[in-house]
Design a protein around this ligand. Structure first.
Ligand SMILES: CC(C)(COP(=O)(O)OP(=O)(O)OC[C@H]1O[C@@H](n2cnc3c(N)ncnc32)[C@H](O)[C@@H]1OP(=O)(O)O)[C@@H](O)C(=O)NCCC(=O)NCCS
Length: 142
């Protein structure tokens, strides 16, 4: 049985970076990852016994807007409801009704099942890597 916690003290950030790398969602420096999670409004960590198997976080202004980032689950635990559990816990803790995120290309239906809808007018400035056409995040310029 998977338990989730919002307790950030005691998280092994090298293990968290490893969950993200294996998910796969890219490489993260553990110290920067810890700062990003600590600077977020709410963070959720999913454990199987003492093993970190999933995580996610959201930023929020406390009044109107929030944004979800870094939802990942270890491959061996994917498809068992852990991602849904992490997102539900994040949503429960957000005191606002406008919640946005960007899905990894191909993962949109995971969020659609959780009640998210594709946005018509989303606009973004993204880092060079995420701006590459092959990254799949941006519409062609036009
Ligand atoms: C995407 C991810 C977080 C989903 O977590 P998960 O624990 O595997 O998902 P769950 O088991 O909670 O799935 C919840 C629902 O979404 C569906 N779903 C999960 N992953 C999906 C996918 N890749 N494509 C389509 N549907 C998916 C499940 O079938 C399930 O549907 P159901 O309610 O009808 O049973 C996880 O697969 C992952 O870490 N992937 C790699 C990293 C990544 O891409 N993260 C997304 C950031 S946007």
């Amino acid at each position: 049985v998977i338990r989730t916690t919002r307790e950030i003290d005691g998280i092994d950030w090298a293990a968290a970076a490893e969950v993200i790398r294996l998910a796969p969602l890219g490489t993260r420096d553990p110290a920067r990852l810890e700062r990003a999670f600590r600077n977020s409004y709410v963070s959720v960590f999913a454990f199987d016994e003492d093993t970190l198997v999933g995580l996610g976080r959201a930023t929020c202004d406390g009044e109107f807007q929030a944004c979800i980032y870094d939802v990942v689950v270890l491959p061996a635990y994917q498809g068992q409801g852990v991602g849904r559990q992490v997102v539900h816990e994040l949503l429960k803790c957000l005191p606002v009704k406008n919640i946005i995120l960007y899905a990894v290309p191909g993962k949109e239906s995971f969020y659609a099942k959780l009640g998210f809808r594709a946005m018509r007018t989303a606009m973004a400035q993204l880092s060079p890597g995420m701006s590459l056409p092959e990254a799949g995040y941006l519409e062609a310029p036009g």
